[in-house]
Design a protein around this ligand. Sequence first.
Ligand code: HEC
Length: 311
Amino acid sequence: MLTGIWWTAPGHAANGSQASPWGANYFPNVPLVTQDHKTVRFFDDLIKGKVVVINFIFTGCSAACGMETARLRQVQDLLGDRVGKDVFFYSISIDPENDTPEALKAYMAKFNVAPGWTFLTGKQKDIDLLRARLGLYMPPINKDNPGVIDHDLAVIVGNQLTGRWQKASPMENPEVLATQVGSWLSNWKVPPKVANPKYENAPVRLPTLSKGEELFRTRCVTCHTVGQPGTETAKSIGPDLTHVTRVRQRGWLVRWLKEPDAVLAAKDPIAVSLYEKYNKLAMPNLKLSEADVEAVLSFLEQGSAAFQAKK
Ligand code: HEC
């Protein structure tokens, strides 16, 4: 995936004093409709003069988009009440036929999306044009079956005024993304709020992590915590996993981690009750290998043993 590509033209943006080369003549001013049925114009209302985070999603997409939305929600949390004031988040549907404003609203509720982050739908041709202009258009994988949707998961972050635009990976550490958006793109006008913003300090990059912990940190922390039982409040997406290896049978956990979608589809009673409890958001099938499952479970087992010992 492309990351770290700056679209800044020479001579521009360094001091922010010159007009951006990417203005109304580059970005289409197409109409889009928000989750609240409000019609807005892409350039005039959404990005003009603003620092923005933009991605493309569709609510019927299970694994990848869910991970991405969960990750961006962490970035939103880090930026706090700046979101909606000097930083704006937009998720635009690439399946506008199915993603009505109601569908978008329901999706937002599943992820407890806070104010300042708008979900949008519109006309397919307008959205395709936007994807192309933002460098994220991918043709359907199978031309004979355009119903198969594939899309570029990159997030576009930019400052329309200074003309700085960057593609970022949604799997990037949330503190790094928050720093990019909140500080670099905002020309450092607001000091970074994050505790540990240096790239080399980002926890996912520590070389000494076990495979299980690394998997947990990169694939699971967007939705789960360990060591914080009872803190899964309105903000959490999935359950805290501190005790899970003691509460559930190993066989069940192995099956669940390999194919949670199949376990839920088979109406397994534990899966069904968790699904009801957690906002009807299905845990995505993360396509973990046998070895991944073993590694992540042994990390969780050790985590809960350590927790026991401390008590
Ligand atoms: C996009 C969010 C998301 C991600 C990413 C995710 N999960 Fe989940 N997980 C959930 C939700 C939501 C539930 C509750 C069940 C449901 O709604 O399907 C759950 C349930 C679970 C459970 C069962 C908990 C219990 O009480 O029995 C385990 C175990 C689990 N997840 C482990 C993991 C592990 C390990 C990873 C990473 C490899 C992971 N999850 C990644 C959302 C997620």
